[in-house]
Design a protein around this ligand. Structure first.
Ligand SMILES: [Zn+2]
Length: 438
């Protein structure tokens, strides 16, 4: 190994080893106030204290030194829509009206591969600028939208999880497929892209309102054929949506049961929102190890409701939880800002979100939710070197507040409460600098 493909990062090194809520705060993370990460050929080969690692560094190895900045695994977003970069900040509607009035209009443009490619470029620039290196992404119903997205992600070597939206009813004709076509197109895209470089496929029926039972069954069949693939959809976001699902599926016991009957629940299934669920629905999500994606800025902006973390985590039937932006229903690409809003949503219910829990979720927790903890989300040796460098003094207000802060947890809380993309000093993808603030 020569120094040519070796690089080191130096700063305040923080990674999570486990969920602080389960393992206890003290043993959930590893922190080096003056730490170093050594990267060779895009993979992490060493992580530890500078005092231990500096002496064994090969002469001539470039060291990117970020004094006073935190170096963390790249942030992970478990639910986001790349075709909605021009839907974000659309005024005055709740879910079903918001979809028809804004989203379905914008998504029709993605049949044009040139448009899809241009938006994919903007979207991935934006994610990296916000320190997000992996996301679970909805494309549109058009296979071209998926091709464009994966092609752009492959060019940047980012690890992305994405899929074609399946919709065969209750949407404009230009945005609908059929049960058969949705299956066939999804399968072809899955076979072309899943595991190609760092790209991973996600089977993506939008939600029960826009998919017939036959289509959801087809999605379930595809999942059974490819159990290593993620499935993503929406669940129990809004009361009108839930009433519509009840009418569309009169034989189902509940909204969750609609998906359950089609075999869509499981350890790689990510359900966006999960705001209004009965106990038996939470029980099934828990039994199947399904994941509920908490999307606080979206839930506040679209007026959908408050995610009840304590209820979902009930030890009698705990549901796995991830954290996500849900742009364009969500109002920020920033996982830091998303964590800050999650804290407020929980405060409104007499709960809160300790900063260690929030940063666990943004890194290792979300990697686990996507089944990717062997590849990303920590500094494990041999893991992929996707890294974010965060500056807790990035703005005058943050620097001013940090003057009275010296311990780690308080620093993290300042970052999630006052921080956003301005706090991102640098983002690395497979050990290469992909974004730098300076
Ligand atoms: Zn969504």
């Amino acid at each position: 190994m020569t120094a040519a493909n070796t690089r080191a990062l130096r700063g305040r090194l923080l990674e999570f080893l486990d969920d602080p809520a389960e393992a206890g705060a003290a043993s959930s993370y590893r922190y080096h106030a003056d730490g170093m990460l050594v990267i060779e050929d895009g993979r992490i080969t060493r992580a530890g204290a500078v005092a231990d690692l500096l002496a064994e560094l090969l002469p001539g190895t470039p060291v990117d030194h970020y004094p006073d900045c935190l170096i963390l695994p790249g942030l992970i977003d478990t639910h986001i829509h790349y075709p909605q970069t021009r839907v974000i900040a659309s005024y005055g509607a709740q879910l079903l009206e918001w979809l028809h009035k804004y989203t379905f209009v914008e998504e029709q443009k993605f049949g044009d591969p040139a448009h899809a490619a241009a938006i994919a470029r903007f979207f991935l620039d934006e994610l990296l600028r916000h320190g997000t290196t992996t996301a679970a992404v909805y494309c549109t119903v058009h296979p071209a939208s998926v091709e464009a997205f994966f092609a752009e992600s492959e060019r940047r070597k980012t690890r992305m999880v994405a899929g074609k939206v399946m919709m065969d009813r209750n949407a404009p004709a230009a945005l609908t497929d059929t049960a058969e076509r949705g299956y066939a197109e999804s399968k072809a895209l899955l076979q072309a892209w899943h595991g190609r470089g760092r790209q991973l496929y996600a089977i993506s029926p939008r939600f029960a309102v826009t998919s017939s039972e036959a289509q959801l069954e087809a999605a379930g069949a595809l999942l059974r054929e490819h159990p290593d693939v993620c499935l993503q959809t929406h669940l129990a976001e809004n009361h009108e949506e839930i009433a519509t699902v009840r009418k569309l599926f009169p034989h189902a016991k509940s909204y969750t049961d609609v998906y359950d009957r089609c075999g869509l629940l499981g350890p790689r299934s990510i359900f966006g929102h999960c705001l209004h669920l009965a106990d038996d629905e939470l029980q099934r999500l828990s039994e199947t190890r399904s994941v509920a994606a908490f999307c606080p800025t979206s839930n506040l902006f679209i007026g959908s409701g408050l995610f009840d973390r304590a209820r979902l985590r009930d030890p009698a039937r705990p549901v796995r939880i991830s954290l996500a932006t849900d742009v364009g229903g969500g109002t920020s690409y920033s996982m830091l800002r998303t964590a800050g809003e999650a804290y407020k949503v929980l405060q409104l219910q007499g709960q809160n979100l300790p900063p260690l829990d929030a940063f666990y979720l943004m890194t290792l927790g979300n990697a686990r939710a996507l089944g990717l903890e062997a590849e990303i989300g920590s500094f494990r040796i041999g893991g992929e070197a996707d890294i974010v460098v965060l500056d807790p003094c990035a703005t005058p207000a943050m620097a001013h507040r940090m003057a009275t802060v010296d311990e780690l947890e308080a620093t993290l809380f300042v970052l999630m409460t006052l921080g956003d993309e301005r706090a991102v000093r640098a983002t690395y993808v497979l050990g290469e600098l992909a974004y730098s603030a300076s």
